[in-house]
Design a protein around this ligand. Sequence first.
Ligand SMILES: O=P(O)(O)OC[C@H]1O[C@@H](O)[C@H](O)[C@@H](O)[C@@H]1O
Length: 520
Amino acid sequence: MASETTLLILGASGDLTSRLLLPAIGQLMEREPGRRLTLRGAGSDDWSQKRWRDCVRSAFAASDAEEQASRVEDTTYTKADVTDRDALAALVEGVQGRLVIYFALPPAVTIAACEVLKGITLPTNTVLALEKPFGSDEHSARDLNALLRQLVPEERIFRVDHFLGRSTLLNVLGVRFANRLIEPVWSADHVQSVLVRYDEALALENRARYYDGAGAMIDMIQSHLLQVLAVLAMEQPHDLDEVDLRDAMAAALRATRIWDDNPVRSSRRGRYTAGRLAVKDDVHKVQEARDVPSYVEEEGVDPSRDTETLAEITCEVHTARWAGVPFTLRSGKAMKERTAEIVVTFKPVRHIPDGLTERPADGGVLRFVLGPDQIDLVLNVNGGDDPFALRRDVLSSNLGKGTLLAYTEVLSEILDGDVALSVRGMPPSSAGGSSSPSATRGPGATCPWTSTPPAPSAPPAGRPRSARSSARSGAHLPPPASRLPPPRDFLSSMRRDAVRLVSCWKGSLEGRMPRIRPDW
Ligand SMILES: O=P(O)(O)OC[C@H]1O[C@@H](O)[C@H](O)[C@@H](O)[C@@H]1O
């Protein structure tokens, strides 16, 4: 019989839990009735069991999992200060089987809770799942990693980036590597530019407590969009596993620099002002026009922080494959419409025969729409009324919504112990950072960088695997000791660049924050 897993959500009464985690758990349980999962919630709000179960039930129903509602009866909620030792110890005490602790908490509270966990004996094979941001600069990221490694080994730490669970992003892998038409032209020889754009129609949505300290640069670009860049720019991994895939992505990120080495010229930022958002956003179920206050007037915002709600940076990937190709990453909130896409623009052909008219200046374009999933191929074609006149035409394939929510994919991998789609941490390093090789605790704990990790628990028999892992066999085998992660990781260099960018902005653009309207 499949072993039991307990998923303990810290921050269960918060927005992330109800909006993203619970619907994903509902979808997972609907798809995998054989999965044995005990759900426990803990939060600072004084919720009754009924309120928690209603919250779980309605989130499950939203993902068409009403038939699973009976399982909700088993779930419990505890009001707890997760930075209090006794409260935290009581939450993990007596857990049978595997324990997954999901920190759906603000970063500072996550760190405080982890400090407290150091003094608590965790059940064997406890897994930790954390949301971004991982520290506020390179130094604090290293410190956080060192703290986490004192609790569990690296292969049981999941740094969640739900963009890595997005079906369209995963589709990039197939389209890139499985097509003779595409694979040979995926380089600076043929590609003119790459744009990753994630403009949202959503505004702050009452998230000032977190967002005002982060801004678009940290919230979206340094995290999600750099992961997208890594998937687009990486060399072909031998396997889509936790070693090869993450090595390939890390190598691409290590080679990435701000364009022209000039953060100010190669970036823009802005902040939304008051206006009416007249858009529908089917993905986030925003159906009606609504008035949005100026960002600085949103509740909880401190205008002196000068936080941006739109950021755009242009990067260059310094490899033989990509040198000279601008990769632009951009994301904004309260935008006129939701535009979530990857646009790969190809160079024009060197010569077009005389006789073809209306010659377009541009080459083809390959566009991935990031939900609802779609792939467009824009080509120069001729035919129609004038058989020799060229025009642009689009071949589109609507891939639908993607079977799994991004968080379902991510959660399923966490519960299965497959870290391939989780952001890898930095190893202990002697350079710049206070981390030190950690003493890991609990049976099976090993030094993550020098030995083979214990095999994660097998998924329940007869249960469909996640979209990615079901496509492969052997996904749960631990990596051979000879194929260990490299001794450096991208987080250090990219976080350094991101932080440099932000401080450069803050310094040189002080008082010159462009005011943008929602319809910008
Ligand atoms: O469109 P999705 O999948 O909800 O992802 C976008 C969200 O991603 C989150 O990680 C950011 O914190 C949010 O600000 C953003 O809105």
